[in-house]
Ligand binder design. Structure first.
Ligand SMILES: [Zn+2]
Length: 276
């Protein structure tokens, strides 16, 4: 599949590092002019204070019968709170940042973006994502829209895959790629709570499943790679200053996941496709 990867400029937008505001994961750098903000999910939203969290327990969803192109995986549906207010705020975000004429939140997935949460529990991340609006202390993100961050999937440390929202509905997980990107969060980080081999295997299986379900998907990126692709047509952000620099989920993790997907024609950073 033609991908045009060789034509993607590695533009110097990393110099436009804004505040250390996270889209559900920790950030690597801070602006000297912006007050410190929470940098982890644990800091940003104590588990003890979830808002409007659904009481329903996670339920295993039946997955279509396996085929050569669509291996069987177990996905546990664990939907985050989604209210009319969240719907309205998310649509306002979409119109402001990518699609001025958008009428709804439907997306045609073209990109999968992998993340880590920076926290150590799926419950904590789910509780945080249940909040409808983002906290004002996350100044850059709050200024960019009040709808809270979210992701479509959350992979626990034992490899359990939770689906937090439909993958054809816009989540807020990655500046520039929310209108066409599926977000996959992984519980952990790459320091004290390193991502696990079970998570690597689960991400490989999930990417395969998603590509089989959505043939429009052509790209697999780590969140830390996205700012190097701001000139690609897939990246849409109407505010040229709305950028952030992220470390997640890290080179080690991306290389491990890509090693298990070499047979798929997914575009990623060439430098990170050369896994040892
Ligand atoms: Zn991220």
């Amino acid at each position: 599949m033609a991908n045009g990867a060789g034509s993607w400029p590695m533009v110097a937008t990393l110099g436009l590092v804004m505040a250390s505001l996270s889209l559900g994961c920790r950030s690597s750098s801070n602006s000297a002019t912006v007050a410190p903000v929470p940098t982890t999910l644990r800091d940003a939203a104590p588990v003890a204070e979830p808002v409007a969290a659904p009481v329903a327990a996670p339920v295993a969803a039946p997955v279509a019968a396996p085929s050569a192109a669509e291996p069987a995986i177990k996905i546990v549906d664990w939907p985050i709170a989604w209210t009319p207010e969240r719907e309205r705020l998310a649509l306002a975000y979409r119109r402001a940042h990518s699609d001025p004429n958008a009428q709804d939140l439907t997306i045609v997935p073209q990109v999968i973006v992998l993340h880590y949460t920076g926290g150590d529990s799926a419950k904590g991340t789910k509780g945080y994502f249940d909040n409808i609006t983002i906290e004002p202390s996350r100044k850059q993100l709050y200024a960019g829209g009040k709808v809270n961050v979210s992701s479509h999937f959350l992979v626990d440390r034992d490899g359990t895959i939770y689906r937090l929202m439909p993958e054809t509905k816009m989540a807020r997980h990655c500046i520039g790629l929310n209108h066409n990107g599926i977000g996959v969060e992984n519980v952990g980080d790459e320091s004290k709570t390193k991502l696990t081999e079970a998570q690597v295997a689960a991400n490989i299986a999930l990417v395969r499943y998603l590509v089989a379900q959505h043939p429009t998907i052509t790209h697999l990126l780590g969140h830390y790679e996205v700012m190097k692709f701001t000139q690609d047509p897939l990246f849409q952000e109407r505010d040229p200053k709305f950028r952030n620099d992220k470390p997640d989920p890290g080179v080690r993790f991306m290389r491990s996941v890509r090693t298990g997907l070499t047979d798929l024609p997914l575009v990623g950073l060439p430098s990170d496709d050369k896994s040892p």
